[in-house]
Design a protein around this ligand. Structure first.
Ligand SMILES: Cc1ncc(COP(=O)(O)O)c(C=O)c1O
Length: 400
């Protein structure tokens, strides 16, 4: 049996106080929330140290003292491919890969390389906000298809709406969030097959953002695996070590393009705008994490899951009408406060009254207001304190 780590062991070894480390999440509270008196459960990174092996590898590389132009290590590609094979059951070819310094940067490039100004770019909403700001900022037209919710709070795709909008707006690119931030869905093979069949029918390029691929509590289906790879020529997949291993300030993103013409279009575009080198430290960190981070990841996932249960227990025992979206993936809990708080008061309620700093529908879902996104990659004491403050806030308003 493969080795795993318990939550207790993970917390004992990897708990981290990030205050005073130039952390956006902890040290930019004044700028973001206009106060420093909030518990930060917002931006999607973690209050945990990277695997110990990554720290050791970085130390050893720094001690070499050589930071001139560097080659990508000859083992990097294979290490990344091995991770995908081991964890996600598919094996891209080395020639399909490109490395960049971020998935959102790459999304800008893809939109500019593959579409024209005003072209329609589609996404399922609520979604991570750069999915619609990136088309806006590049003078493309974002088209949202609103996800629907069933009575368990689980979201699903309105395929009729997707098809109608693809037709009406002549959509050129579909940006898929797989798994989906913030609604925590693991899209099934059946859903993806249906979606990709529509994309095929309407000649829509699929960009699958799989940055949350390693946080799944059920079956994750990579876009390139759907129907045994039948749609691979229409897909560009993006992943990054930064999300899985909390390396956002040492980024390495991976772009997977099985289609030769796509690679040519991408390469021709990138050569006109980017000649920077990836930092050797970023590559060392990512490669070491992919080689040695499996057990660390099991401890992290156990912690995320137990934090979700903790938040649920603490809140629902006193405020049973808060809606919990089932946690299928990511480390982000998407909570519905509509039973207690008017949507236009939610930011003020959570941030000013409860002193809990989260992202809300204002950031993700103008069309589905009243939700808060809680970052579960934190110490359980932090989660507990946030829940306590929310209960106090509801009591102060005489709502419970
Ligand atoms: C779905 C999704 N894509 C992309 C990003 C950001 O990725 P990067 O830092 O590589 O631009 C995030 C960060 O939270 C995300 O949730």
């Amino acid at each position: 049996m493969s080795q795993t780590m318990t939550t207790e062991t993970f917390l004992k070894h990897y708990t981290l106080d990030r205050r005073g480390t130039h952390s956006v999440k902890w040290d930019a509270l004044q700028q973001r929330f206009n106060t420093t008196d909030v518990i930060p459960l917002w931006v999607a990174d973690m209050d945990f140290k990277v695997p110990e092996t990554v720290i050791t590898a970085l130390e050893a590389r720094i001690k070499q003292g050589a930071f001139g132009y560097s080659l990508i290590s000859p083992t990097y590609h294979q290490t990344f491919i091995d991770w995908l094979t081991r964890h996600h059951g598919y094996t891209p070819k080395k020639g399909w890969l490109r490395f960049t310094s971020g998935t959102i940067t790459t999304l800008f490039w893809i939109l500019q390389a593959f579409t024209k100004p005003k072209d329609a770019v589609m996404m399922l909403s609520p979604v991570y906000f750069p999915f619609f700001s990136t088309p806006q900022d590049t003078d493309r037209t974002p088209i949202c298809s609103e996800l629907q919710r069933d009575n368990t709070g689980r979201y699903y795709i309105d395929f009729d709406d997707v098809e109608q909008k693809m037709k009406d707006h002549q959509v050129k690119v579909f940006i898929l969030c797989n798994p989906h931030n913030p609604v925590s869905r693991l899209w099934s093979e059946e859903e993806l097959t249906r979606l990709f069949t529509l994309c095929e029918q309407y000649q829509v390029l699929i960009v699958s953002d799989e940055i949350h691929q390693d946080f799944h509590f059920g079956t994750f289906t990579p876009a390139l695996k759907v129907a045994n790879g039948r749609f691979k020529e229409s897909i560009i997949t993006m992943t990054s070590a930064s999300k899985t291993f909390n390396l956002a300030s040492l980024p390495v993103a991976h772009i997977i393009m099985p289609n030769k013409a796509h690679r040519q279009t991408f390469d021709n575009y990138v050569k006109t705008i980017d000649h920077t080198q990836l930092s050797v430290l970023n590559l060392v960190a990512a490669e070491t994490a992919y080689q040695t981070g499996d057990v660390w990841l099991t401890g992290l996932l156990a912690t995320i899951q137990s934090n979700y249960e903790l938040l649920k227990r603490e809140l629902l025992s006193k405020a049973p009408n808060i809606g919990f979206t089932p946690l299928e993936a990511t480390y982000l809990a998407w909570l519905d406060f509509n039973a207690y708080i008017k949507p236009d008061e939610l930011d003020a309620f959570l941030i000013k009254e409860c002193r809990v700093g989260v992202n809300t529908s204002t950031n993700f879902a103008p069309a589905s207001p009243g939700f808060g996104r809680f970052n579960l990659a934190a110490h359980p004491d932090t989660i507990k304190e946030a829940a306590k403050r929310i209960i106090q806030g509801l009591k102060q308003r005489n709502l419970i």
